[in-house]
Design a protein around this ligand. Structure first.
Ligand code: NCD
Length: 314
């Protein structure tokens, strides 16, 4: 357990993260990806708690893989079922308990502000909180692995033409990615969605004075030939306020393989996954399809982050 007077770092969002911090994680991720076994005893004896109120495959298991590869261990839950949350225990009491059993907590929760609240509580015991997604607000570790993947493939994080397709309103990965891209020089963002699924007004307001040039388009075909990155998201069915609206817009953005004939060879197609029907399986065969490699980078990026947060703690 940590000395309570020590300063603790938390990963709540990308919005307030400094460019240098992101750059440090990118550099460390390259290093770990090159020599993963060099770090296999780094976090011996440390415990990571995984507290997931919402479903997850990649975020939870890649954090678990990352912690195990660093020599640490994991505990936690992947749904409320079987925990005292079912009996009515609050988020704050649950976090208080997890902080007394572990050195770091990864939290995924449906509410905006949940990670910030958890950090405030865990901080009292000197334990770090990492957001694994807080409602439709942010998903910072996804953005870190996305940014690493873009850098690894395109060797730069500025001067990019990035097309965003799908559910841009409720997708937290989109918010975090935009905050991340806004820290690195000038990038142009083409936002391509059904009008009811366009970028959140609050997000646009936050990005107003940034370097990003955001352009709304209706069809991907208008811009596909200019794009460096095509980032596709599924419709966030569970976050739609109205099921009628979901039924109206579902299937509205499917990327047709024939469209890819117009794309640059150097285009990278990204998706945070899971996909539902927005990327047909035929696209997986294209050299531009990068989503599974992107997901694999999640392990290395999360290793870099856990190293940064826990290595120097007593
Ligand atoms: C994303 C999420 O949970 O926001 N998943 C992930 O962590 N890769 C994307 C999604 O669920 O659509």
């Amino acid at each position: 357990m940590y000395d309570q007077k020590e300063t603790v770092s938390h990963i709540i969002g990308i919005r307030d993260m400094k460019e240098e911090y992101i750059q440090e994680i990118i550099n460390q991720t390259y290093e770990i990806k090159k020599f993963p076994s060099k770090y296999s005893n780094l976090l011996n004896g440390r415990i990571l708690a995984l507290a997931f109120w919402e479903p997850s495959t990649r975020t939870r298991l890649s954090f678990e893989s990352a912690m195990l590869r660093l020599g640490g261990t994991c505990m936690g839950f992947s749904s409320q079922a079987g925990t005292s949350i079912e009996k009515g225990e609050s988020l704050s009491d649950t976090i208080t308990m997890l902080a007394s059993y572990s050195d770091c907590i990864v939290l995924r929760h449906p509410h905006r502000g949940s990670a910030k609240l958890a950090a405030k509580i865990a901080d009292r015991q000197g334990v770090s909180v990492i957001s694994g997604g807080s409602g439709s607000q942010e998903h910072p570790t996804q953005a870190l692995l996305d940014i690493f993947t873009i850098h690894e493939k395109l060797k730069r994080l500025d001067g990019l033409n990035v097309g965003l397709v799908g559910d841009l309103r409720y997708s937290r990965t989109i918010s975090s990615l935009l905050f991340a891209l806004s820290k690195f020089g000038k990038n142009t963002i083409y936002s391509i969605s059904h009008p009811t699924l366009s970028l959140q007004e609050e997000l646009l307001y936050d990005l107003e004075d940034s370097n990003l040039n955001i352009i709304n388009l209706e069809n991907l075909s208008e811009i596909i030939g200019e794009l460096d990155v095509l980032y596709i998201t599924r419709l966030q069915k569970e976050r739609f306020p109205d099921p009628m609206l979901f039924n109206k817009v579902k299937g509205s953005y499917q990327v047709h393989p024939s469209l890819m004939k117009l794309a640059k060879d150097s285009l990278i197609i990204m998706h945070p996954l899971p996909r539902v029907d927005e990327i047909p399986y035929a696209i997986d065969q294209l050299p531009q399809a990068l989503y599974f490699e992107q997901a694999k980078n999640g392990v290395f990026t999360r290793m870099a982050l856990l190293k940064k947060l826990l290595e120097h703690r007593k």
